[in-house]
Design a protein around this ligand. Sequence first.
Ligand code: HEM
Length: 299
Amino acid sequence: MKNKYIILTLLVLSTLALGANMDSAIWGKELVPNILNYDKEGSLHLGQYFTLLQSGYFKLIFFGVLVGVPALFLVHYLIIGPMIFSHDRKKIYVFTLFNRIIHTIAGIAFMILIPTGLIIMFGATLGGGELVRVAKEIHAISTLLFIVSIIPMFTMWVRWMFVHWDDFKWLMIVGGYLNKNKKPVPAGKFNAGQKLWFWLATLGGVVMIATGAAMYFQDFRLEILVELGISQIDFLRGSAIIHNILGMAVLGLFMTHVYMSVFAIKGAIHSIITGYKEEEEVEVLHSTFYKKLKKQNKI
Ligand code: HEM
């Protein structure tokens, strides 16, 4: 138990050291000569796609996700409404203190990363200048917070996140969210939707960090890129394309995650604050897990 906190402290300290070293050698007077070499190093010619995506499509899709996903949930809330479970039965302990601390760090990081990311994306429309520059720095600094949470989050939950037959059944009935019947839904401790979010947030998160760092530092002169015939500018363009596409998925699923936790299942958010879930919620929404706990006499 103690080891976990020691590892977390070491992670925080090494991430802070990384943050303190954020100044890139290429920024400043070296930047222009570096740019002059762009595309002379061999190129995948990503330029035209990058310009097309960056100048129009990305903004449009981001806007679509930002407005479309909440609109869909508003319709869901108005037509079907939240699931409400009894608070009179037992409470089941599902998240340890360590789980909750790590999750809180990730949550705080995202609540900064997402708005600042959107300011960067819609920078020109918002007037550009200082606002975008400040947003970019805050975006980079809050990434450090996200880095601290991502490894522990992966290791503490990964064993529950592998694909199971229940996941296909869960997907076929959209998790039971299309009606308010309290019919047992096939799912273990985490359902298919939660697993998808976990993999996107952790593995996708690592790709977001790497592509974001490539754009922030701008001088990733990696030998392997030269060998693969990828120019520095194409590496940056590729990073921006991947960062934006993954960013859209993260934005959509993050809003879904918050909707599920705060609105779709009444009181669900308490589980990640106190560690306890209502017995009826586990019995209905995580029926396989519930049966297993019963069999093991844990409830
Ligand atoms: C700030 C807003 C957030 C809220 C309100 C929130 C809420 C919750 C709740 C209530 C749970 C327990 C779900 C359950 O089993 O019933 C949970 C689990 C989880 N959260 Fe969050 N969370 C937030 C942000 C995040 C962020 C930023 C990440 C990832 C970077 C994240 C990743 C996860 C994962 C992987 C789980 C376990 C699987 C799942 O339940 O989806 N959460 N969260």
